[in-house]
Design a protein around this ligand. Structure first.
Ligand SMILES: Nc1nc2c(ncn2[C@@H]2O[C@H](COP(=O)(O)OP(=O)(O)OP(=O)(O)O)[C@@H](O)[C@H]2O)c(=O)[nH]1
Ligand SMILES: [Mg+2]
Length: 507
């Protein structure tokens, strides 16, 4: 994300590093580089001016100039200022009314319908809320079908009415359905147009007046740069937006729109879209984004992505096995396969501090080395007997030969795999009792080791530094897990029953 902006800022900080004596002169040179990289990233000129005046004032202050590490001080000043222009943002989606209505609007093709689906997925995953989607885009008949496809994929109900010509009536009927069925969140997918036109604005204003959504989100295409900022201004004037969802930041968006939108329109970014898949939506946090732009990583986003690797039922089971100290080669194999899911690894890596930027990662991954390694690992594990997978110590020299022959590798690779597993096991089982922060850190280490297997075994697995859970807390967590597992099973059963999809009331 924002490779050239990152490179530019890094260059600016580097120019100050190792300078024998820092003067106002060379600090000004560094600042000029910061300014250039913002302009090249298509940040609006007003934002650049105000950003630079604030940063310059602080960077030329005595504290920075006299400090031992001025380049780090400058990083801090720039980071604080980035957070300042991106925020503040209310990260919490307040959904505490009996029925909460979210209206999604925006220009054609900006990603409204996709974002409705992504948000529905996020609500299910994070808040255990099954929303109702409403097809209020009557411009294209295909739009209704598109939303139904998403609904089916996610197992969430979709309200539509192909006979009705008035989107306001469709929304009102959806509200009635949600109320009747005790659905707590309703998401309206509205129609887009090619450019901002009166008719579209009037239609949206009427829906706003008649349906009174609690949240009005504008979806803008991050690739369109300052045009996205302009359209956000116009929509905000007409509708009083609660927030912006900026999509397509996985492409070659330069970052200008992201950095300008809050400053220019006063509307904060609430979510960002980072891909075409339904899990590619992130809650927008200014601190995390500022760190990410500066190549310092975003730990919370990493933890979130990692969680998405495994589905919830699997996660609970894995957690249980880990707490008991059980983590078989079979689990190891499944874990590897999850990591090999196209795109996911790249994304996680992109979030890690000190990692090469996306461009380099993509080049690295496209050479196919990693996926080849994973394929080999899976092949080896598949060639083992179930008993060996549980207890690889059973594998002797002759079995090692057989396994290697069966999976087309050398015998010493089998030895290496077992070694790798033995080293990962205590790390993972140790992680089972940690809090989220520690776990994220551990995960990061694990990830780095996986990318560079030569590092494995060079140091002994790190002991947890975080507070351990008390036995009472563990017991309580176990109880909650079992309850949730029963719930998931019930949901799955309901889903199989015809019409069971809509059955949210019995949750
Ligand atoms: N790469 C990428 N593609 C996205 C993202 N969000 C949406 N898209 C793609 O953008 C295209 C348009 O998305 P839609 O959700 O149909 O857009 P829309 O705003 O509903 O379009 P209309 O209903 O025609 O106005 C689709 O091909 C999506 O897959 C994103 O975050 N990243
Ligand atoms: Mg649409």
């Amino acid at each position: 994300m924002f490779d050239s902006l990152q490179d530019g800022l890094k260059g600016a900080f580097k120019s100050l590093r190792g300078k024998g004596k820092l003067t106002e002169g060379n600090m000004r040179d560094g600042l000029k580089l910061v300014e250039n990289s913002l302009l090249e990233a298509d940040v609006s000129i007003d934002v650049v001016r105000s950003f630079m005046s604030s940063v310059t004032e602080q960077a030329l202050g005595e504290k920075v100039l006299l400090s031992l590490a001025p380049s780090e001080q400058l990083v801090k000043v720039v980071r604080d200022e980035l957070v300042e222009i991106l925020g503040p943002v209310d990260e919490e989606l307040r959904l505490d009314k009996p029925l909460n209505i979210i209206m999604m609007c925006g220009l054609q093709g900006s990603g409204k319908t996709t974002t409705c689906g992504k948000l529905a997925k996020m609500l299910q995953r994070k808040a255990k809320i099954k929303p109702l989607l409403c097809a209020a885009d009557l411009q294209r008949p295909a739009a209704i079908d598109q939303l139904h496809v998403l609904g089916d994929q996610l197992g969430v109900p979709v309200y539509s009415d192909k006979e009705e010509k008035d989107p306001v009536k469709v929304c009102q009927a959806a509200v009635a359905k949600a109320k009747a069925e005790n659905i707590s969140v309703l998401i309206l997918d509205t129609a887009g147009r090619l450019a901002i036109d009166e008719e579209l604005m009037e239609q949206l204003k009427t829906i706003d007046r008649q349906v009174q959504p609690d949240h009005v989100f504008l979806v803008v295409d991050g690739m369109t740069g300052q045009d996205a900022v302009k359209s956000a201004g116009a929509f905000h004037e007409a509708l009083e937006l609660n927030g912006v969802v900026m999509t397509k930041l996985d492409g070659d968006a330069r970052g200008g729109a992201l950095l300008s939108v809050k400053h220019v329109t006063g509307v904060p970014i609430r979510f960002i879209g980072t891909g075409e898949h339904l899990e590619d939506l992130e809650v927008f946090r200014p601190e995390g984004m500022a760190s990410r732009i500066l190549g310092m990583g975003d730990m919370l986003a990493i933890a979130d992505q990692a969680q998405m690797l495994v589905d919830e039922e699997e996660q609970i089971k894995m957690q249980e096995a880990l707490e008991k100290g059980q983590f078989s080669l079979e689990d190891f194999r499944n874990h590897m396969l999850k990591m090999a899911k196209p795109g996911l690894m790249q994304k996680m890596m992109g979030l890690l501090p000190g990692m090469p930027n996306m461009r380099e990662i993509n080049e690295m991954m496209s050479q196919g080395e990693t996926s080849k390694q994973i394929k080999q690992m899976v092949g080896m594990i598949d060639s083992m007997t179930p008993r060996e997978r549980k207890d690889p110590k059973l594998i002797d020299a002759s079995r090692r030969q057989r396994i290697a022959a069966g999976s087309g590798v050398q015998a010493k690779q089998v030895t290496e795999l077992v070694k790798q597993y033995e080293q990962m096991k205590p790390m993972l089982t140790g992680m089972a009792g940690m809090g989220a922060g520690d776990r994220a850190q551990q995960l990061q280490e694990l990830q780095q080791q996986m990318m560079d297997p030569s590092k494995m075994g060079r140091r002994s697995p790190k002991k947890s530094t975080g507070a351990r859970l008390s036995p009472a807390k563990k017991k309580q967590m176990k109880k909650e897990r079992e309850k949730r597992l029963r719930q998931i099973k019930r949901e799955k059963r309901n889903k199989k029953k015809p019409g069971g999809d809509d059955n949210v009331a019995d949750e």
